[in-house]
Design a protein around this ligand. Structure first.
Ligand code: C5J
Length: 221
């Protein structure tokens, strides 16, 4: 059992054999120029900034033998799992399913849907395509995790206030003990990241805990 004594808002304990590191949507469509995130007018360098810390954490977690779950926000090529409300929302330069520099936006199998090279999944790690913002909607994530005896989840990835926060809230409702890695997650809007961190950990960890990756890596050494 490992205890992170400095976690917020109070110490967080987990057994690595019953814990998964969750890496949400670190795919080219959000992190690189020319993808879905950029099509919405966002500055993708905000997300690129977390890659070195996230890579160090991933290496430490793998060295400790921990389970990794990677998610990708990606739709079927016929877009049958993309509701019109999602595809038609707003006024982006390209819509989901349109062809961009990295292939069709947010479509499974296209280059933009792939995890960035720095964090590429290892054989044996779980990789799940999800049609929604939360990782449980329209996926078999709950069965995959419960089938492996997972009770605790360490969240990383992008974007903090959209897919990471939604997934962490869904996980909390399903009884998982959740922790968010502060420098392992990013938003296109730093103020939204700060607000999400505050909301999730407030009221006695109403959704979960948070920690810097350094504390986690030190505890795993
Ligand atoms: C968004 C995500 N922001 N992965 N997706 O549309 O957070």
């Amino acid at each position: 059992m490992i205890t992170l004594a400095t976690a917020q808002p109070f110490p967080y304990s987990f057994d690595p054999t019953h814990t998964a590191l969750v890496v949400i949507d670190m795919q080219r469509d959000f992190v690189e120029p020319g993808g879905f995130g950029a099509s919405l007018g966002n500055d993708v360098t905000q997300l690129q900034a977390i890659v070195p810390a996230l890579r160090r954490l991933l290496e430490a977690w793998r060295a400790a033998g921990g389970l990794v779950l990677h998610t990708r926000e990606a739709h079927k090529p016929d877009l049958s799992d993309c509701p019109p409300s999602k595809r038609l929302r707003g006024n982006p330069s390209l819509r989901i399913g349109d062809a961009g520099p990295m292939g069709r936006l947010l479509v499974a199998g296209e280059p933009g849907a792939e995890i960035i090279p720095e964090l590429v999944p290892w054989p044996g790690e779980l990789v799940v395509d999800k049609p929604g913002k939360g990782m449980f909607y329209g996926t078999d994530v709950d069965e995959l995790l419960r089938g492996r005896g997972i009770t605790h989840l360490l969240f990383t990835g992008v974007t903090t206030e959209v897919c990471v926060q939604t997934s962490m809230r869904e996980a909390n409702d399903r009884g998982y003990e959740c922790l968010l890695v502060e420098d392992g997650t990013a938003s296109y809007f730093p103020e939204f990241k700060a607000a999400a961190l505050a909301m999730l950990t407030a009221q006695g960890a109403i959704v979960g805990w948070s920690t810097p990756s350094s504390a986690l890596i030190e505890a795993l050494a």
